[in-house]
Design a protein around this ligand. Structure first.
Ligand SMILES: NC(=O)c1ccc[n+]([C@@H]2O[C@H](COP(=O)([O-])OP(=O)(O)OC[C@H]3O[C@@H](n4cnc5c(N)ncnc54)[C@H](O)[C@@H]3O)[C@@H](O)[C@H]2O)c1
Length: 430
């Protein structure tokens, strides 16, 4: 099939390269000319495992066509997916301007005949219908379209794998013809289909992300209670997770949820709940609790370790999670902000996210590895569960550090082992 994917971020690029690999001819449309030229040469503007290799393969086969021209891509496509960003406005509301701008350009360029236009960006209920109204207004009379909404559930750090093998494919579409075409495209993903109304599909994506975020907020609150009571959060989570109704998966006590999705999706659902009159929603509370989490943890650490002012702080982990160079809403950024105010000296390291962080904070120091970040540190803060950090030789770390405090925000270290090396160890909820 001939397909256009509008937006070349994590979702658009992963989706278009997987579709091209499956043999479709895929135009991936973006606005940024410089990034487009780089993509034509196989360079992606972010890291995700296997992505560049797949893009290179697709470019060589001629199945992936990066372009900034809607005029080139849209009239040549049977199906168009909108994968542009839906960030938060400063008040937490969802900013849908990229979606509507893309819809205008798609509408103007729809070919004579029939096209399916499906939204894949995460959007609030009713947005796909608004996209339909824009297309209707902009298109020529001889152009006809069906609308669809197919939420994306990939995780950064495993975008290609998750795109190829999702747990389910949710398809909301305006008619049977569109459902058939969208099913054909997704058939190779070998995942169960769930066919729903468009509004239900839009809500499924928000409900899924908000539920996952809720598990993180819940795990953090139970972890706090564990610290007060002397219980160990790892034992507690295992104990509750063995209940089949709950499950052992996706319990992440730590610094709260971060990244480009959960914070904005919880904020957007909270704002939506306010707007439709659901007063005092759980989403608003989750948003507030999560927002405060890194600062609260830092305050607790200062109580235990003493003031951070003038101290040398080693930071391991800058990305919003392991396996990605994405630093959007990363807890490390909040830590850096607060530590800078306290005039602490920072030496940071992350295997993937250092360049992105350096662009925001050129004034702090960066180590070439975990040991360099630990050298001379009074306190070492481990902020992501990157395996490389757990594998470090802590005997060596002890010799390199000036102090002996370790904060392990994701409980990746063996507490007893580390304490036996005369570290003062602090995890979360243990
Ligand atoms: N990142 C994830 O893990 C993830 C997972 C599932 C769903 N989502 C959702 O998918 C959507 C995209 O997320 P992302 O992480 O890929 O975003 P992103 O910010 O990485 O990428 C969005 C891309 O769209 C481009 N763009 C903006 N306006 C455009 C226009 N008018 N025409 C062409 N391109 C345009 C931007 O330049 C950017 O490259 C969001 O709604 C997000 O919530 C993201």
């Amino acid at each position: 099939m001939k397909i256009s994917v509008v937006g070349a971020g994590y979702v658009g690029l992963a989706f278009s390269s997987v579709l091209a690999d499956l043999g479709h001819l895929v135009y991936v449309v973006r606005k940024d000319k410089k990034k487009n030229e780089a993509l034509k040469k196989g360079k992606t503007h972010f890291y995700d495992p296997g992505l560049e290799e797949l893009v290179e393969k697709d470019l060589a086969s001629g199945k992936l066509i990066p372009t900034t021209s809607y005029e080139e891509a849209i009239p040549n496509s049977e199906v168009i997916f909108i994968c542009v960003g839906t960030p938060s406005k400063t008040n937490g509301d969802i900013d849908l301007s990229q979606v509507f701008e893309a819809a205008e350009e798609i509408g103007k360029n729809l070919k004579t005949g029939y096209t399916v236009v499906a939204v894949k960006s995460t959007v609030l209920p009713g947005t796909t219908a608004r996209v339909g109204r824009i297309l209707e207004k902009k298109k020529k009379k001889s152009a006809h379209f069906s609308l669809g909404f197919c939420p994306e559930f990939l995780r950064e750090g495993s975008a290609i794998e998750d795109t190829r093998r999702p747990d389910r494919v949710v398809i909301g579409a305006s008619d049977k013809k569109a459902i058939g075409i969208l099913k054909t495209i997704h058939r190779d993903f070998k995942a169960p289909f769930l066919l729903t109304g468009i509004t239900a599909a839009e809500m499924i994506k928000y409900a899924a992300n908000n539920y996952l975020a809720l598990r993180i907020v819940f795990a953090n609150q139970i972890a706090d209670l564990c610290e007060k009571s002397g219980a160990d959060i790892n034992e507690v989570l295992k104990g509750i997770g063995l209940d089949k109704r709950i499950g052992l998966h996706y319990w992440y006590p730590g610094l709260g949820y971060a990244g480009s999705c959960f914070p904005k999706d919880v904020a957007a659902l909270a704002a939506y709940a306010d707007k439709v009159g659901l007063k005092k929603s759980i989403f608003r509370k989750m948003h507030e609790l999560n927002l405060r989490r890194p600062e609260e943890i830092l305050k607790r650490l200062e109580k235990e370790f003493g003031s951070f002012s003038g101290k040398t702080i080693g930071i391991l982990g800058l990305a919003c999670k392991k396996g990605t160079d994405d630093i959007r809403k990363s807890a490390a950024l909040k830590f850096i902000e607060i530590l800078k105010e306290k005039k602490a000296e920072i030496m940071a390291y992350d295997p993937l996210a250092m360049e992105n962080t350096r662009r925001l904070y050129p004034e702090i120091n960066y180590g070439r590895n975990g040991y360099e970040a630990a050298k001379g540190a009074d306190i070492l803060l481990i902020l992501t569960d990157t395996e490389e950090f757990a594998r470090m030789d802590f005997k060596k770390v002890k010799k390199l550090m000036k102090g002996n405090f370790i904060f392990d925000s994701r409980n990746i270290l063996d507490k007893n082992k580390v304490e036996s090396l005369n570290f003062i160890y602090k995890g979360v909820g243990r």
